[in-house]
Design a protein around this ligand. Structure first.
Ligand code: C2E
Ligand code: MG
Ligand code: MG
Ligand code: MG
Length: 277
């Protein structure tokens, strides 16, 4: 009996793997058509100054509304897009769209409000990347310092020297740079010191620790102090409660982003949010 069930288990496992591979293939096929079919949308999540609650910027987050698969999370389709090179077309679309949003902000008198765009290591490494950023900024007619590019620590694993020179080029164009998900992965202070970033985004996993009794949450104020010494501004990610916000204020963290303030919302709501605050 045991042998039998063992065999069945193996069969199930095998079938699961086949189903996963098949689903991946279906998703990839749909993804190929998604750019042309206008299936993408950007939603915007506000970032506020903790000291006075004023909105200082928005992070643009990509949404894929697929007719075949429904709403697919970027955590699911970005890695797929990276595997088959589609990330370049998608990334270019995201940059253009985000810069046009920044332009509409500026046209409404909010030219001092930044728009942050996520860029994966594969995108940064592509030859056309710098040009696509320059074109997006130029075509929308915005000042480069209204755009912020968020990178993750993975860029350093990819190719440190090349990444740094690309980031320096972006910086010389006047574009701001942020290090996303700080502390989530393989962080090294040596790397951090070499990266030309002005903003440090503390990963949600640290912000969650604030709510856990007995956790070593003092690490947060240590990160904030260190970032300030390195002349960086600090954003806390994934702030969900008042308790967290108060703790962050006490830790002198500059900005906060999270469901407590707002979920990521479509452009229209983002503009209304600004008007009413
Ligand atoms: P990220 O850049 O770290 O973005 C923050 C994620 O946390 C977003 O998930 C956001 O919706 C979510 N979030 C914000 N506040 C809260 C909160 O208070 N609680 C919780 N539980 N979650 C919160 P989302 O939109 O699903 O994006 C996931 C990741 O996908 C992003 O992480 C980013 O790495 C990637 N991504 C999103 N848009 C793009 C894009 O246009 N290009 C690239 N390359 N990657 C993108
Ligand atoms: Mg981000
Ligand atoms: Mg993040
Ligand atoms: Mg993340």
């Amino acid at each position: 009996f045991a042998k039998n069930s063992g065999k069945n288990c193996w069969k199930f496992y095998d079938a699961d793997m086949q189903a996963a591979a098949y689903e991946k293939m279906l998703l990839t096929n749909s993804l190929r058509r998604a750019v042309e079919n206008n299936e993408f949308e950007l939603v915007y999540q506000p970032q506020v100054n903790i000291a006075d609650g004023v909105i200082v910027g928005f992070e643009a987050l990509l949404r894929w509304n697929s007719p075949e698969h429904g709403i697919v999370s970027p955590a699911r389709f970005i890695p797929l897009a990276e595997q088959n090179g589609l990330i370049r077309a998608i990334g270019t679309w995201v940059l253009q769209e985000a810069c046009w949003f920044a332009r509409r902000l500026a046209d409404n008198g909010w030219g001092n409000i930044g728009v942050a765009v996520n860029v994966s290591p594969k995108q940064l490494c592509a030859d056309c990347f710098i040009d696509s950023v320059r074109d997006a900024v130029h075509n929308a007619g915005i000042l480069p310092n209204q755009l912020e590019i968020e990178i993750t620590e993975n860029v350093m694993i990819a190719s440190l020297k090349e990444s740094i020179s690309k980031l320096e080029e972006l910086q010389s164009m006047g574009i701001r740079l942020a290090l996303d998900d700080f502390g989530a992965g393989y962080s090294s202070l040596t790397y951090l010191q070499q990266l030309p970033v002005q903003t440090l985004k503390i990963d949600k996993s640290f912000i969650d620790m604030i709510l856990v009794a007995g956790s070593k949450k003092t690490i947060i104020s240590t990160i904030v102090d260190m970032a300030h010494l390195m002349e960086m501004t600090v954003v806390a990610e994934g702030v969900e409660t008042e308790v967290q916000l108060e703790y962050l204020a006490k830790s002198h963290c500059d900005f906060a982003q999270g469901y407590l303030i707002s979920r990521p919302v479509p452009e229209k709501e983002a503009l209304q949010f600004l008007a009413h605050r």
